[in-house]
Design a protein around this ligand. Structure first.
Ligand SMILES: Cc1ncc(Cn2nnc(CCOP(=O)(O)OP(=O)(O)O)c2C)c(N)n1
Ligand SMILES: [Mg+2]
Length: 562
């Protein structure tokens, strides 16, 4: 039987390390799905809708490195643009593949289903260009190898999503077999001259500085530079603070870890040591309105910033310097200076264990956090959802080996459920835990049924505070109220006759303890624990942060100020 465009795509996806493809079928992609299903190295993972499918692929890419989401034209792809946007914002090479109309329809005055009904079929490709680093639409089978290879290579090099559009009558069209995969995956190493010059500039930048601190940002992991960061940190001996979106990218049991730097809602006095510094080495950092608490926590000293493929200093810029190579090179030549660790040991706040609530006490946010903390171990992967779960999660201490996932740049409520599902598809042996609010849960709850289907022992800590509390703290209104569900009962619906999911309700500290024990023993499916807490029981950090974010949002338009 002939080798086709669909076979080519399947083989290339497998060659870049993908082992699962997330799909929602539609008549524009069915032949393509047959080809992907015929590939022995790919396992088809169906999702309940294309938003969740794209978010599952986003979560899979966090674990696997790259991922693919295969949808039908327009009605599928436009929903999948949301998870693609998340992958763009979070620097993940998600490949969005969409079926599209038969190549004989263009120009024939044909109105087609799933389109806008105006005979134009190019709008999706135009939209895809905006949310990816490379978008290709295959016009004929002969172009498939060149265009597929280009899209995959761009995504892998940039750590950004790419888009591949395949007409329904091309997926099964004859195609040549792929050439060496090195043409797609060979990385681009640093320019030697730029690397040397950047390292020299770093030495000059640090000369004469008495109090250097390293600040770690979320691009560090995406650049594959976590090991080299530890080398640099240990070569310097300085304090290492971590941005909230980078939590877990520097080991929290490391003696030089000085907490999460998040302005006034920092942990462990990380803001004190960052503000004490006279030199800030920013590594993969992202200073956005949320991570700077409405711009109130922008560092105010000249800083050097090592990004994924360039380094900047006050007065200098070096392109084509790969982060991992730069940090490794710097570690070899940097001068030891642990003044900020010495100071940090003087100012580090004492840590007191949170009081353990008595079994019959009604459940509070603090008790939920205390019990989640107790549950975390080397095999835990904790997903924290947009909402007060961000603040509760950021405050937790990660034991050695524990992983942490957050989506602070895109911030799509509901991301955590499908993303944890996708992540667990790559890491079935890890204990994936989700901290999610009631509002967020309602957005993508369907994907819990996929966790039941694939028998995933995921623990969902659903914090039910009766509404959109993070929004309340930014700016309240009637719109922050939602219809309450019987969340625990939902699992029975998702189980139907063949599921092993468990749905539990915890109103007291003791009930949560018992529910977590049940969750730990449930290996055949997810355990959803609805934790009811008071509507106003939210973290002080959320209240502070919400206040400053609201004032940043309220800045008057420029022309009003003159
Ligand atoms: C797709 C999407 N739509 C709307 C928003 C705005 N938003 N951000 N957080 C929320 C509410 C989150 O409520 P919950 O999940 O209950 O979290 P809590 O803060 O713990 O109550 C909204 C509605 C958003 N972040 N993402
Ligand atoms: Mg809520």
């Amino acid at each position: 039987n002939k080798y086709t465009v669909g076979d080519y795509l399947a083989e290339r996806l497998a060659q870049i390390g993908i082992r699962h493809h997330f799909v929602v079928p539609g008549d524009y992609n069915l032949i393509l799905l047959d080809k992907l299903a015929a590939c022995p190295q790919l396992k088809e993972v169906g999702c309940a809708n294309e938003l969740n499918c794209s978010m599952a692929a986003e979560g899979y890419a966090r674990a696997n490195g790259a991922s693919v989401c295969v949808v039908t034209f327009s009605v599928g792809a436009i929903s999948a643009f949301n998870g693609t946007g998340s992958a763009f914002a979070e620097n993940l090479p998600l490949i969005l593949v969409s079926g599209s109309p038969n190549t004989n329809d263009a120009g024939q005055n044909h109105i087609l289903h799933h389109t806008l009904g105006n005979r134009d079929y190019t709008y999706q490709y135009e939209m895809a260009k905006k949310v990816t680093c490379c978008a290709v639409a295959i016009p004929r089978a002969e172009e498939a190898p060149r265009l597929i290879d280009r899209a995959l290579r761009h995504a892998l090099l940039a750590r950004k999503p790419a888009y591949i559009e395949i007409p329904t009558n091309l997926a099964g069209a004859a195609c040549v077999r792929p050439g060496p995969i090195s043409a797609v995956i060979e990385p681009v190493s640093s320019d030697k001259g730029a690397l040397e010059a950047a390292a020299k500039c770093a030495a000059d930048y640090l000369t004469g500085k008495l109090k250097p601190v390293i600040l770690v940002g979320p691009k560090l992991r995406r650049a594959g530079a976590e090991k080299e960061l530890i080398q640099l940190a240990e070569a310097m001996g300085c304090a290492v603070a971590v941005q909230p979106a980078a939590k877990g990218m520097f080991p929290e049991d490391h003696p030089q870890f000085t907490g999460i730097f998040w302005g006034q809602v920092s942990t462990d006095a990380a803001d004190s040591i960052v503000h004490w510094a006279d030199a800030l080495i920013c590594v993969g950092t992202v200073f956005n309105d949320y991570s700077t608490v409405g711009w109130t926590a922008m560092p105010d000293i000249p800083l050097m910033s090592a990004d994924m493929d360039h380094v900047t200093f006050p007065g200098a810029h070096f392109s084509r310097v790969r982060l991992s190579e730069f940090l490794g090179h710097l570690a070899q030549q940097v001068v030891f200076n642990n003044s900020t660790m010495i100071e940090y040991r003087r100012l580090r706040p004492d840590v007191f264990p949170t009081r353990k609530a008595a079994r019959d006490e009604i459940l509070t946010r603090k008790e939920v956090s205390r019990q989640v903390q107790e549950m975390l171990g080397a095999n835990s992967s904790l997903f924290v959802e947009t909402g007060d779960s961000w603040f509760n999660g950021i405050q937790l201490r990660l034991p050695p080996g524990a992983q942490f996932e957050i989506e602070m740049q895109w911030g799509h409520i509901g991301w955590s459920i499908p993303a944890a599902f996708g992540y667990a598809m790559h890491y079935p042996e890890r204990h994936t835990i989700v901290m999610v609010g009631d509002g967020s849960f309602q957005v993508t709850a369907q994907e819990v049924s996929q966790m039941v289907r694939f028998k995933m022992p995921i623990t969902i800590i659903l914090i039910n505070n009766r509404g959109y509390t993070i929004e309340v703290e930014i700016h309240d209104g009637t719109y922050n109220k939602i219809k309450n569900w019987n969340y625990a009962l939902l699992m029975q619906a998702f189980n139907s006759t063949d599921g092993h999911g468990k749905g539990l309700l915890a109103n007291t500290a003791g009930e949560l303890e018992d529910a977590l024990r049940v969750a730990g023993e449930n290996k055949d499916g997810p355990t959803l624990i609805e934790c009811t807490i008071d509507q106003d029981d939210c973290s002080r950090e959320l209240i502070t942060w919400g206040h400053y974010v609201a004032s940043a949002n309220a800045r008057p338009p420029k022309h009003h100020q003159d």
